[in-house]
Design a protein around this ligand. Sequence first.
Ligand code: CP
Length: 298
Amino acid sequence: MTGDIRHFINLPDIGADTLKGIIKHAHALKAEKFQPPQIMEGLSLAMVFDKLSTRTRVSFDVAMKQLGGHTIVMSKGEMQFGGAESIESTAKVLSRYVDCIMVRMSDDDKLLELAKYSDVPVINGMTDKSHPCQIMADIMTIEEKLGSAQGKKIAWFGDYNNVCQSYIDASAIFDFDFIMALPEDLNDNVPSGVSFTNDAKIAAKNADVLVTDTWVSLGQEGKDIQKFLPYQVNSELMTLANDGAIFMHCLPIHEWEEVSEAVAKSPASVIYDEAENRLHAQKAILAWCLDGAGVKLR
Ligand code: CP
């Protein structure tokens, strides 16, 4: 590794111009998806998971391979990490084998510790606090569908969680209006300075993007969902939104809790474009991270 190590941990740490450049690169890579540039030739990515994943795992794996690189995937229980071996030792050892490490782990502090000791870039594949790679794909999707995120009203429905926090981070960077609709007893969960309402219709009114996530995140099984029922994104809420408004969800959906089947399967729903864009966004994130290691962005 040469130069500064480019970790992709949280959006505010990276800088607006850089993030916009990564998304621009993602659009370009999508346009040439049938002839992907072999910019990762000879490079390896380790992916470490202590939680379940479909999209993050497959999109990073395919992204790296389509660009000519290699991957190794390790899940909890398959490696020494999380048992006797320290994070410091794990980070140092992996850095001797691979060129980049993507990690999905619950504990944000442990991810930061891994990055501190790693000699190669570390990418946040989701913690309990944030999901920046997801929001890069979401912004890319909004740009495809609506031209730009700038000035748009993006309304979030349900609980405050890691995906929501990354939307909050992105709102300042990409200059969109963000409002949360959530149950009254969760008002204290809303970070200071963030717009919120307990009336889902107020959030949906004139929205350009309606977005939600599961009410029960990984590790929260058994949670009472009754109080979230008024926050389901359904046809009634969609009719309040602006013409051409889109519905987004990072997936997986808990059928049909946080979104009605009619909305999820409507023309306004862009959930599968959003999922596909994980692939293109991951390529651009990998390219940015590894640019410091000699991979040149074009
Ligand atoms: N949206 C998302 O991160 O999906 P996975 O949990 O399947 O990776």
